[in-house]
Design a protein around this ligand. Sequence first.
Ligand SMILES: Cc1cc2nc3c(=O)[nH]c(=O)nc-3n(C[C@H](O)[C@H](O)[C@H](O)COP(=O)(O)OP(=O)(O)OC[C@H]3O[C@@H](n4cnc5c(N)ncnc54)[C@H](O)[C@@H]3O)c2cc1C
Length: 302
Amino acid sequence: MPLSPEQQAEIDAQRSTRQETRRVVSEGMEAHLYTAYPVLDHGFIRVIDYMGDDAAICQAARVSYGRGTKSVTNDEGLIRYLMRHWHSTPFEMCEIKLHVKLPVFVARQWIRHRTANVNEYSARYSILDREFYIPAPEHLAAQSVVNNQGRGEALTGDEAQRVLEYLKADSARAYDHYEEMIGQEGQQGLARELARMNLPANIYTQWYWKVDLHNLLHFLRLRADAHAQYEIRVYAEEMCKVVADWVPFAFRAFEDYRMGGATLSSTALDCVRRMLKGEEVTQENSGMSKGEWREFQGVLEG
Ligand SMILES: Cc1cc2nc3c(=O)[nH]c(=O)nc-3n(C[C@H](O)[C@H](O)[C@H](O)COP(=O)(O)OP(=O)(O)OC[C@H]3O[C@@H](n4cnc5c(N)ncnc54)[C@H](O)[C@@H]3O)c2cc1C
């Protein structure tokens, strides 16, 4: 259950109120405001606030006043130009503030993105909920044999069952002890800041995360990528849907140049030129290592 009834009531109340404003609003983003989108078994993302839209990016790029009279095609063309040429500061003019509920091991990857402002639920002050991420059977995968930082096929049969039981039982046992240490009738109770240390990394935490669009796109480029760990990727994918509605031009340019595009080394570019001239280029005569060549083939084959 990602949201408690109280949280849902609060969101409903927020969504039912409308404010008149002179500020620029993105109609696409207004539709998302406050709604919690479930991620994993107990997590969610929801937009708490935002600033700017596609026009704000163009306005900053042109350093002009007001929204201007430029046509939509012009705005999209300008945004594509900015994205293509890494003119990134106009994208920093847009901001988003999210409320995210996520397992602690996902939070550890997420927090590495330093260019955001974070305020996390305090487990010194409050008691953590009994909520643990337990992977769905299809995500209970074996260690990859080709990638040290990845996973392979899903576990099956008795092994899958045993692993699932360990995860559930260990989480439950750790939480029982946490509760017990915090306080039982007639006991002093261990401080919450200490009792939490026996909790496993699949317990859920929550934070507010505020970031500008440039750095958000950097986050999404790394974390919505097929190579990112599934458990953070699903958050990034959910965020992509929101960003696509918030700043459609910027998101389309991002998808085109960053997510769908590729960077080639000068050696790889030289190989492409030789191929276009009809030369047979192989790994041996390419000047690339086996790994580089494999990745290059991946880029060419799509
Ligand atoms: C697939 C994958 C595997 C990874 N594996 C590991 C791993 O094994 N071990 C590990 O420790 N991390 C790992 N990471 C984390 C990775 O190294 C980065 O820390 C993380 O992706 C955040 O990227 P960032 O620093 O560019 O982002 P941000 O912190 O948002 O920074 C954005 C940019 O701002 C600049 N910047 C911000 N702060 C500073 C600073 N203090 N000094 C200099 N420049 C700064 C840099 O140019 C940076 O690229 C992995 C990430 C991915 C996506």
